[in-house]
Design a protein around this ligand. Structure first.
Ligand code: PFF
Length: 477
């Protein structure tokens, strides 16, 4: 079979390798930074409930669609080629591959700001690391970051970073270079190896910090916050955000899963694998909530602090906790690991396309894409300083106030990912050859009908609604 040789010597060495890499792609800043932030801003339980419903009914079926399209795509590792190939095998227009193109472009754009934010994480890895090792050697108690300093000083750490474009630039460069270094080596020796080290380390740290939070923090209140839905606090915008977050978190609509799917051997059953990816991703998001909110509540911080929750509130909380310096360091290291396996998958999609399209080798392709994405990231950084007045999509009400980074984040998340999802759900649900798809998914009977029903009916309908209401919120009154 074609699929078994896809990616040539570049394929995954085992199913486990694929699962780890795909979970690595899914689990990232979206789970640990974005999800708790959104849950906190939108009242907790009700948001979590809607999010989980979106993942089960739309996200999970779409994960299977993307991996399946990748493997079915006749030896193309890139999202455009894969969709075009499946279209050809199904005897329909190759133009459906335009949605694959939308995915490659989205991945490129997301990578640019993702690397900037991951650079902020690195900043705190260094600061908390210095604190931890400093206190080890000085014999000072393992209290948190910047022991003895007033809270404003810790809050100021974030401000200091934002006021220093050079520092952000350096950290962004460092993170992008690390991602590039891994992708340039290849699927087997680079991506797969990185995931097989980083993901287990990530899970160990996650479980340890959650247990720590359960014992030292207000765990009961966190549980109540995350699992007692108060539907009166659920605005239409929140539903909208929940669905968008499901796409972002599962790495849908951004070429990663199609590309990773193209390296999967024909013997792997895709449906259970898709289930594992969605379950792990959602589990980590909820565990991250259970890790962060006990600490937030104990320290008397505001759960709806927004994006500053992780970078500003938590360092303050760590300051007051037993062994806080160690926990702070472990916490930021964990986020860094998660971000790295995700950025690798963001880079791999456009790199696979560049290799296929221009017939160049992996290394130069990886360097070109990473450099170009780095440059877009630099614009995001300038958006915090010299270019703070720039409004890329200022004519559009929902982007009228957003800086460069938030505009790219918002445009990809609210427009591009759902658009690609919409197109591919219609393609897979209505246009692609049914027998080809059935064979690829490995689903039979009622399970296949249920999956196809969700993909053909529910996903296009629901995603269409997010697009419309996300882009034109005034329609909701
Ligand atoms: N899923 C990643 C996260 O939750 O952080 C982000 C991401 C990775 C989005 C890869 C898209 C992608 F292709």
């Amino acid at each position: 079979m074609v699929a078994a040789t896809q990616g040539g010597e570049q394929g995954w060495s085992s199913r486990t390798a694929f699962v780890l890499a795909a979970i690595g792609a899914a689990v990232g800043l979206g789970n640990i930074w974005r999800f708790p932030t959104l849950a906190g801003e939108n009242g907790g339980g009700a948001f979590v409930f809607v999010y989980v419903v979106c993942v089960i009914l739309i996200g999970l079926p779409m994960v299977l669609v993307e991996i399946m399209l990748g493997r079915a795509g006749g030896g193309h590792a890139n999202a455009i080629g894969s969709v075009a190939d499946v279209a050809e095998q199904s005897k329909v227009s190759r133009k459906w591959s335009i949605f694959g193109g939308c995915e490659v472009l989205a991945a490129f754009l997301i990578l640019s700001f993702y690397s900037v934010v991951a650079g902020w994480v690195l900043n705190f890895v260094f600061i908390s690391g210095a604190d931890f090792f400093g206190s080890l050697f000085s014999g000072a108690p393992l209290a948190g970051a910047h022991v003895g300093e007033p809270q404003e000083a810790v809050t100021g750490l974030m401000g200091e970073l934002f006021a220093s474009p050079w520092r952000m630039l350096l950290l962004h460069a460092l993170f992008m270079a690390t991602t590039l270094g891994i992708v340039a080596v290849g699927v087997h020796d680079g991506i797969e190896k990185a995931a097989s080290w980083l993901m287990p380390s990530f899970f160990v740290l996650l479980v340890l910090i959650t247990i720590y939070g359960a014992f030292t923090g207000d765990f009961a209140r966190a549980l109540a916050f995350l699992f007692t839905p108060d539907f009166s606090r659920l605005s239409p915008t929140a539903i909208n955000e929940a669905l968008g977050q499901a796409f972002f978190s599962l790495s849908l609509g951004s070429a990663a899963l199609i590309t990773y799917g193209s390296y999967v051997g024909s013997d792997v059953k895709l449906a259970p694998t898709a289930g594992m990816i969605a379950a792990a991703d959602t589990g980590v998001a909820i565990l991250a909530g259970l890790m962060i909110f006990p600490i937030v509540f104990t320290a008397g911080l505001d759960p709806s602090a927004g994006p500053a929750l992780i970078f500003q509130s938590l360092p303050i909380a760590f300051q007051t906790m037993p062994a806080g310096a160690l926990i702070g360091f472990a916490f930021f290291l964990l986020i860094f690991f998660a971000a790295l396996t995700s950025s690798i998958s963001l880079l791999e999609g456009p790199v696979a396309w560049t290799i296929d399209t221009f017939g160049i080798a992996r290394r130069p392709a990886a360097v070109i894409v990473a450099l170009a994405s780095f440059v877009v990231g630099v614009a995001c950084i300038l958006g915090y300083g010299a270019w703070s007045d720039v409004r890329l999509l200022g004519f559009w009400a929902i982007f009228a106030e957003t800086d460069i980074l938030d505009t790219i984040d918002g445009f990809t998340g609210k427009v591009m990912l759902p658009l690609a999802g919409l197109g591919l759900s219609i393609f897979a649900g209505w246009r692609a050859d049914r027998r080809l798809i059935e064979a690829q998914t490995g689903l039979t009977g009622g399970a296949f009908l249920l999956w196809r029903g969700l993909v053909a009916w529910l996903a296009p309908f629901a995603v269409f609604l997010i697009l419309i209401f996300g882009l034109f919120p005034w329609l909701l009154g």
